[in-house]
Each structure stands twice: as C-alpha cells, then as structure tokens.
Write a protein that binds this ligand. Structure first.
Ligand SMILES: [Zn+2]
Length: 173
C-alpha cells in the first residue's frame, strides 16, 4: 500500500447519522485475503452501500458488491470465471458486548474506532460468498475424474494377497 490516504476509508457511524451512500470501484488486489484465492487479481469490485440508522437506533450498512472472478475449481484445477454479486447487510456496533446483545438475526460488525475501510467491511462476506465447488455439477466440469470405481473383487483384495496367489494355491492342491 502506498502512503497516500486510502480512497476507501469510511466513517460508518457518521455516514449512518447522515444517511449517506458510498459508491465506488475498488481493485480486487485491495482485498488481500480474497485476492489470494482467485486467479484474476486485476479485476475490480463495484460497491454500492447505504448507511443509515434503523428504527432500533442501530448503525446499518446495506448494499452489494459486484465483481467477476476467476476461481480455480477444486475438481478440475482450471480457473472458472463467474459473476458474483454479494449482498451486504451489517449492523455496525462499537463493542463485542454490543454485538452479543444484538437481536433480530442481524450480522454484527464490531468497529471500536470511528474509522475503517470498505475492504474491511466487505471482505468477510465476500469470502463467505465464494462457492466451495466452482464447477457446480461433476458432469460440466471440464476435467472431471472418471466416475467408475474399481470392481468389488479388486477392492477387497487383502494386502499381499493377489488373485494370482489364490490361483497358485488351487494349483498346488
Ligand atoms: Zn471443474
């Protein structure tokens, strides 16, 4: 990172009090953990966020992050390029205690200072949105392994005891 002020620094509590949006495009490389898992680190992430104080007086951040990523398929080991739109809905709280006290199924984000970055706000959700298996179906994976299994007789052969050993025993009788 350069020494200049990062463009994605935000003050969520202040933005929420103002009811302000945040829109921007961030380089995927800014997401250090996510960038390690994908093959196209030159891609961009388009971010649309709205900060507001909800009816219960809580600081909320709702929006989405859109990007197009190449992720290596664990099955075929080839990068599969997909569009990802990650919905975001966080309740930003000032302490772990406040996070533990949240009700209503909202996802907490603990922020003990006024300032953070959009990358920090988004990266966990973006990581969770990555699919465990990129090629959804074995049939569509370009490099799927063969689906047939070894025959029963072969699988049950005891170590050191080949079918030929059994055959030679028969011959000796
Ligand atoms: Zn695959």
């Amino acid at each position: 990172m350069s020494a200049r002020v990062r463009a994605d620094v935000v003050l969520p509590f202040k933005l929420a009090r103002q009811g302000a949006p945040w829109r921007g495009r961030l380089p995927l490389a800014a997401f250090s953990r996510l960038g390690r898992l994908v093959t196209d680190a030159g891609a961009a992430v388009d971010v649309e966020l709205d900060f507001f104080v909800d009816d219960d007086g809580r600081t909320r951040m709702v929006g989405r992050a859109s990007t197009r990523l190449g992720i290596e398929c664990g099955r075929c080991l080839l990068p599969q390029v997909r569009d990802y739109v990650v919905p975001l809905d966080l309740c930003i709280v000032a302490s772990d205690d406040a996070a533990a006290a949240l009700v209503g199924g909202v996802e907490p984000f603990v922020l003990e200072t006024e300032e953070t970055t959009v990358v920090d706000l988004l990266e966990d959700d973006m990581l969770l949105a990555l699919p465990g298996q990129v090629c959804e179906l074995p049939e569509t994976c370009p490099n799927r392994p063969p689906l047939d299994y070894p025959g029963d007789g072969e699988a049950r052969t005891e170590p050191g005891r080949s079918p030929f050993a059994a055959l030679s025993e028969l011959k000796r009788q």
